[in-house]
Design a binder for this molecule. Structure first.
Ligand code: GLA
Length: 545
């Protein structure tokens, strides 16, 4: 073939292929032109609250940091040492600066000033770890339980947002948890208050160059799954969706109900499921874990880990790291489990089937095409035979590989399904690797005409979207945001009040993933992104799986 004939043939072939692609509506594999937006993965951390409450001080924080390294947890990916409530007793100087008890937070290294939180941060950083701190959105904090330590008023940041978050950044902290006891007592609007705090964090970053990861802790009050995603604009966040699993270990009075930790842990998993809110970089937080704490056995610890990783929850260890036994450490360090949690799409599991009451199949969509994390969950008090069909997972044909995470071996599945007996109140966690069932590609339509043509305003609408067999569709959104800030837009599915989706800045096209319930039969579903006020964001297409 001479050169011009070859060129003509190549052009003809690409037109034919494009025609086949468009007329089928389905594309065979994930395209690579729009890489995932660069957003932090879920935090892997330790928090002082569950085991030390407001007895926390410098020696404990140093000891736990050393244990994170010596136990191999750091190597497995855990990186934050988070100092929770109790580190500060509410004193401020004449300028309103936080004053810290120099006895509890003394000098650590030569040249340190007693009572300077930068000391502990430097120590934590010297071990290659990151440091977290805590405050409240209101005037008072939660430190009001007489049985877990003295009550201190004024340990909140209200009235001092700019000053306190700048101080945390100057001390060198990497992460801040903001509680809601004061905010709740004062009846504040969580959406507004947490938004204001995020702006204070962003301003602190402008001044110091130091970014704080933002952990919102208002226990699911005022439905944070509707405003939490991106409430901080460019400040990435996680938001608590339920109250605490347990009162801290050091409690002795009515607040200590650790005997019910297992049931409450299960309840927090259920309350934590808001798949429409969680998306790449923005996560529901069902609370720090009770894994490895007194009252939890090996099987319960594994189940706890399974539930947290499939739900794509932050893995925040609440146990005393110096007291973890070998089995607990194996559970926490399991690389397959951690990889499920840290999957870059950041999606939550969805329940794909109820086999019978208490026997449930959960599936988490993973970034490698055709891969799923699958949980066969037996909530009942008896061992039960359970099975998962590959078609329930939206896969084509039989998977090439089915791995049992806790047994660390091939799960021995057959062509159409996997059958197994699951022990009472336990689960089997699998990673299934197969072929994607396919996806449908949509361009925005003009709401008025219904024609397939790209529009940028006033809203970006995807119409005639087909229902998928599972209750939730996984949706890859390709967009471009060439401004310098994260753009956050409302998403309405079939006209229902929706959630917010955050689109970080990009160079060229990028993608984020969401999940949406498309409950209209056939191709009657409509997704409306409220992009009206945003000139810098262009939502280009969606792929619906
Ligand atoms: C609340 C939070 C906990 C912990 C305590 C501190 O209960 O939910 O995680 O921070 O406050 O008092």
């Amino acid at each position: 073939m001479n050169c011009s004939v070859r060129k003509a043939f190549t052009r003809w072939l690409s037109i034919v292929l494009l025609f086949i692609f468009l007329s089928a509506g389905y594309a065979p594999a994930q395209t690579t032109q729009a890489p995932l937006a660069k957003i932090p993965l879920l935090p892997l951390a330790w928090s002082s609250w569950n085991s030390f409450s407001n007895t926390i001080h410098s020696d404990i924080a140093m000891q736990q940091a050393r244990a994170m390294v010596s136990t191999g947890l750091q190597k497995a990916g855990y990186e934050y040492i988070n100092i929770d409530e109790g580190w500060w007793l509410g004193d401020r100087d004449a300028e309103g600066n936080i004053v810290v008890d120099p006895k509890r937070w003394p000098a650590i290294a030569l040249g340190d000033k007693p009572g300077d939180m930068a000391n502990i941060v430097r120590y934590i950083h010297s071990l290659g770890l990151k440091a977290g701190i805590y405050t409240d959105a209101g005037k008072d904090g939660c430190s009001m339980y007489p049985d877990i330590g003295p009550a201190y008023a004024n340990v909140g940041s209200e009235g001092h947002y700019e000053q306190d978050f700048l101080q945390f950044a100057k001390w060198g902290f990497d992460y801040v948890k903001v509680d809601w006891c004061g905010g709740d007592k004062e009846n504040l609007s969580a959406d507004l208050q947490y938004g204001e705090i995020a702006r204070a964090i962003a301003r602190a970053e402008q001044i110091t160059g130091k970014r704080l990861y933002y952990s919102i802790c208002n226990w699911g009050k005022q439905s944070p799954w509707t405003w939490g995603p991106g409430v901080g604009g460019s400040i990435q966040d996680i938001w608590r969706v339920s109250d605490d699993i347990v009162a801290p270990v050091v409690a002795s009075g009515p607040h200590n109900e650790r005997k019910v930790a297992f049931d409450k842990m299960m309840r927090n998993f259920d309350q934590g499921i808001h798949p429409a809110a969680q998306h790449t970089g923005y996560y529901n937080d069902p609370d720090m874990m009770v894994l490895g704490m007194p009252g939890m056995n090996t099987e319960q610890n594994r189940l706890h880990m399974s539930l947290w990783v499939v739900s794509g929850a932050p893995l925040i260890i609440g146990a005393d790291l110096t007291k973890l036994d070998a089995e607990t450490l194996d559970t926490l360090r399991n690389p397959d489990a951690i990889a499920i949690d840290q999957d870059p799409l950041g999606l939550q599991c969805i329940k794909v089937k109820d086999l019978s009451p208490g026997l449930e199949i959960w599936s988490k969509f993973l970034s490698t095409p055709g891969s799923r994390a699958v949980l066969l969950l037996n909530r009942s008090y008896f061992p039960a035979p359970m099975s998962v069909d590959w078609t329930d997972l939206g896969l084509k044909g039989s998977p090439a590989n089915v791995h049992d995470v806790w047994a660390n071996k091939d799960a021995g599945a057959d062509k159409d399904s996997l059958k197994a007996t699951v022990p009472a109140q336990d689960a089997i966690l699998l990673v299934v690797r197969g072929s994607e069932g396919g996806f449908a590609h949509y361009l925005p339509i003009s709401a008025a005409s219904g024609e397939a043509k790209a529009i940028t305003s006033p809203q970006t609408v995807f119409g005639n979207v087909s229902q998928v067999p599972s209750p939730f569709a996984q949706i890859r959104i390709v967009y471009a945001n060439e401004t310098r800030s994260t753009e956050v837009v409302g998403l309405y599915v079939n006209g229902e009040t929706g959630t917010r989706v955050a689109f970080p800045p990009t160079k060229g096209a990028a993608s984020v993933w969401i999940q949406a319930r498309l409950d209209r039969q056939g191709d009657m579903n409509k997704l409306t992104f409220d992009t009206s006020s945003l000139s810098g964001l262009k939502i280009e297409s969606i792929d619906v799986y």
